[in-house]
Design a protein around this ligand. Structure first.
Ligand code: ZN
Ligand code: ZN
Length: 325
């Protein structure tokens, strides 16, 4: 017996679960689900706050120092940094808001998906495609629901997710078929904005706090920074900037890692789960997979955070990888 979920009206199952619980403040600390929800909220607050801090530190501190003799260049650079940070936050928000579209209930209305699949020299023909007919669906025992290939159950979201890649604690949702594109753009712009932010803040700190290529480098070791701040040799403001500098590094490296990883699995035609399990079942044509994730005009998505560009495919039917002779 299939359950009929109306997840389109309920984009976040974890929120629903939490909302239905009569809980107090302590619930977030004593209940496992409350702790997960709290972790999600902290991740979301961290990302938004950090993006704002990156934008502010570059626009107000680093760039005025770098372009102190070129007022026009300063204005351009400040607008560019603001735009990059705006796109990062927009793609982050779109990642969260589009997560619900990949939830299984979105198409658990009895309509089995059908679609004519393209062919490619590197991939099998339509005849070899896995179409989501009854035989291709597999049963999720947790949802008591038959789901298409590549859909997997998320114990945290408590539902099956179309082409589930992974559950992300920074966004508080699953990365699946409909929001992978926003997540990847978020990571890509995080790489660009983060790297530039490191340079800007590094320039400011190197000038006003301590030069990197000197003995003053010891001031950047956090225990030293902490004690200098405690003893009054360093202001709280400077100590916070050093911490922000560290966060710049870790967050930017995380963006590099996730974007590199996602590109790698797209190149191989896999999800994170399939890659971990060594499953190479689906089309490994890089451009077809890019279109599947980003849609036909994928380049626009990298510069404009617009949710009007649609993915190619339906997330339910997949082209099989061509078997080697
Ligand atoms: Zn499920
Ligand atoms: Zn999830």
């Amino acid at each position: 017996m299939f359950r009929l979920f109306n997840v389109l009206k309920k984009p976040n199952r974890l929120d629903d679960f939490a909302a239905n619980d009569n809980k107090g403040f302590t619930w977030y600390f004593t209940n496992t689900r409350g702790q997960i929800l709290l972790l999600h909220r902290l991740g979301q607050i961290y990302v938004i706050t950090f993006c704002l801090a990156v934008c502010w530190s570059s626009v107000s501190l680093g760039l005025p120092l770098i372009y102190d003799k070129s007022p026009w260049k300063l204005v351009y650079a400040q607008y560019l940094m603001k735009y990059i940070c705006f796109c990062i936050v927009s793609n982050y928000i779109l990642t969260v808001f589009h997560a619900g579209k990949s939830h299984l209930g979105a198409f658990s209305d009895g309509n089995l998906p059908t679609r004519n699949l393209d062919t490619s020299p590197n991939c099998s023909s339509n005849l070899d495609a896995i179409s989501s007919t009854d035989s291709a669906l597999h049963l999720c025992t947790s949802c008591d629901l038959k789901v298409p290939p590549r859909a997997r159950h998320c114990a945290i979201c408590q539902c099956c997710v179309l082409k589930k890649d992974h559950h992300c604690f920074f966004t508080g949702c699953c990365i699946g078929f409909y929001n992978q594109r926003y997540f990847m753009t978020f990571c890509l712009l995080g790489m660009v904005g983060g790297s530039w932010g490191i340079y800007n803040l590094g320039t400011y700190l190197s000038t006003h706090y301590g030069a990197f290529l000197s003995l003053q480098i010891v001031k950047y070791f956090l225990p030293v920074t902490f004690f200098m701040c405690l003893l009054g040799y360093t202001s709280v403001f400077e100590a916070l900037l050093v911490m922000l500098f560290y966060l710049h590094f870790t967050s930017t490296l995380t963006s590099y890692y996730y974007f590199g990883w996602e590109m790698f699995i797209i190149y191989r035609g896999q999800t994170s789960y399939e890659c971990m399990k060594g499953l190479k079942l689906y089309c490994d044509n890089f451009w077809m997979n890019m279109r599947s994730v980003f849609g036909p005009y994928w380049l626009i998505g990298f510069v404009l955070p617009v949710p009007i560009l649609v993915n190619e495919g339906d997330g339910k039917s997949w082209i099989l990888k061509q078997k080697s002779a």
